[in-house]
Write a new protein. Structure first.
Length: 100
């Protein structure tokens, strides 16, 4: 998985085409490349439940006739100064989640 916040700056090769997006999934050995999510100029707005921020993008390439869904969760800890990706998963087909 490749991810660049606030812009479509990651890319991968799909056949002869280059796909560019905010988040892509690729496996060059299998010649696989998928657009998970596009930057939408702040159309998607975060929610906050008192513990974490959640932001969802439902604008990726079609996957079983529905757009791929990308959820990013920011868990803030006052005791930490660095940002780390805790996990990236695909909890159900075509729904990708990343916890920071």
């Amino acid at each position: 998985y490749l991810y660049t916040p606030c812009g479509d700056r990651d890319s991968c090769q799909s056949n002869q085409d280059t796909l560019t997006a905010m988040m892509v999934q690729s496996d060059p050995k299998k010649k696989f490349c998928a657009r998970i999510a596009n930057w939408d100029e702040f159309e998607s707005q975060p929610t906050f439940d008192g513990k974490e921020w959640k932001l969802e993008y439902a604008n990726g390439e079609d996957c079983f006739d529905e757009p791929r869904l990308f959820t990013t969760v920011w868990r803030c800890r006052e005791s930490e100064n660095d940002v780390t990706i805790q996990e990236v998963t695909e909890p159900v087909p075509c729904h990708y989640a990343r916890v920071i």
